[in-house]
Write a protein that binds this ligand. Structure first.
Ligand code: CA
Length: 194
């Protein structure tokens, strides 16, 4: 990999496993690896929250905090304060554009993208989106462009229309139904390796 830093060395079997799970090819993994290395300022072998906040695109993104949260939520290293290279690549794989040649069981399917989006709204991670959570995230997205009263009514209406069982909590199934006719595949695809 042309990287002499030992703490990040990847074995060929690691690369193979990452390819299998994420669908990224060798060359893409290589480039993500050097991106990861450059973010890992102290050569720790993992990224901390501070490392993520140094990414300018995230620092200025109103949802940056939620996106950073998602990286740590998805982490499998067992430590909730660390994102290792495999975690890093797994999260990014959700944003891979969906190709015509059907890729099965990959992280960029419509379902996986929807699940990822759902977690952006489910602030406390209990599997339901409350009106308050919806309003909080909407506020993050639109800033002060829309009045609090309007946001309140948007959140209220969305929850009301989405919750078929009238419990004022949006489940993942209800969330997916709301987005049924939305092109989630396109909206949640970033060509970050071009
Ligand atoms: Ca919740």
């Amino acid at each position: 990999m042309g990287n002499s830093r030992s703490s990040l060395q990847l074995q060929p079997e690691d690369i193979e496993a990452i390819q299998e799970e994420t669908g990224f090819n060798n060359n893409q993994i290589d480039r993500l690896y050097s991106r990861f290395s450059s973010l890992d300022k102290q050569d720790k072998g993992y990224l901390s929250r501070e490392d993520f906040l140094r990414i300018p695109e995230l620092a200025i993104n109103p949802l940056g905090d939620r996106i950073v949260h998602a990286f740590f939520f998805e982490s499998r290293s067992g430590d909730e304060d660390k994102v290792d290279f495999k975690d890093f690549v797994r999260v990014l794989a959700h944003f891979r554009p969906i190709k015509k040649s059907a890729e099965k069981n990959k992280l960029n399917t419509r379902m996986k993208k929807l699940q990822f989006a759902f977690r952006m709204y489910d602030l406390d991670g209990d599997g339901k989106i409350t009106k308050k959570e919806l309003k909080t995230v909407l506020t993050l997205m639109v800033g002060s462009n829309i009045s609090e009263k309007q946001l309140d009514s948007i959140a209220e209406r969305t929850i009301m229309e989405a919750t078929l069982d009238n419990d004022d909590l949006m489940s993942f199934e209800e969330f997916a139904k709301v987005l049924e006719r939305t092109e989630v595949e396109k909206k949640m695809s970033i060509r970050f390796l071009n």
